[in-house]
Design a protein around this ligand. Sequence first.
Ligand code: XMP
Length: 300
Amino acid sequence: MVNVDKFIEKSIKELKQIDGKALLALSGGVDSSVCYVLAKKAIGELLVPVYLDTGLMREGETERIKQLFPDVIVIEAEERFMSSLKGVEDPEEKRKVFGETYIRLLEDVARKEKVEYLIQGTIYPDFIESIGGIKSHHNVRGLPDVYEFKKIIEPLRELYKDEVREVARAIGLPEEISERMPFPGPGLAVRILGEVTKEKVEVVRKATKIVEEEIIKYQPWQTYAALLGKGTGVKGDVRVYGWIIAIRAVESRDGMTAKAMELPYDVLFKIQSRLTSEIPEVTRVVYDLTPKPPATIEFE
Ligand code: XMP
């Protein structure tokens, strides 16, 4: 475990070397929020924090970001993401398309704001998984290919998630951020099997809210809903063809391995009941028991 105070001191010193504007893509998660606070302390007004509203975030996320970071530049980009993801079914292709769109949009901001530096919230496991070819992370080696920065600074590159959380607590970030579950860069897109459509995003967003509300008190490493595909059901005496939702709830230390939580049956049953009654388009609910490996935490 790192020495938190020394880490904070060292990072601020490193960030103070920045002598021009620096771009930071904020997601509202713990990693980029920690970078925001460290960078704000180090370079103040030179920091250009940007949040891309991809249309693939959880409910209320954009409003939440605006409240937490009043100086953030919000880029509305839902249409751009939806059209770039049209017809894309393959998981790795989806990540690549998402990453490409994300990077192009950030590049536009970088050019407009004339920024020279890039601060990224990349943490140690992101490097390991990207370099090992396990999956593509848009925040690893993305923007540098298309925009010339004087320097890229990754203050969290040596930290694991639990260490980032310690730093977050030490710099006074609210619990809502320091203890927040990880959320994948491509957002709800990797929790929808096959092509991403607005209808599917709406369903999975509502389902995620319900699953989080019911499971968060069991302190999972991560819990969410995924949309698997369609299955038949009977609603109000009518046979319907609706969405199948998977509930995922895992325990983990660093996201590299994980175990499905042993949740009480009545909790799972209640979630099933809420999902099928509160979201009319859902006909079926399953619980994913698979550990990582052989599965991953996300579905894609
Ligand atoms: P997997 O699904 O590979 O995920 O077992 C491991 C952890 O990484 C998160 N994850 C991501 N985080 N950008 C991120 O910043 C991404 O593209 C991404 N994909 C997955 C996932 O939520 C889990 O905590």
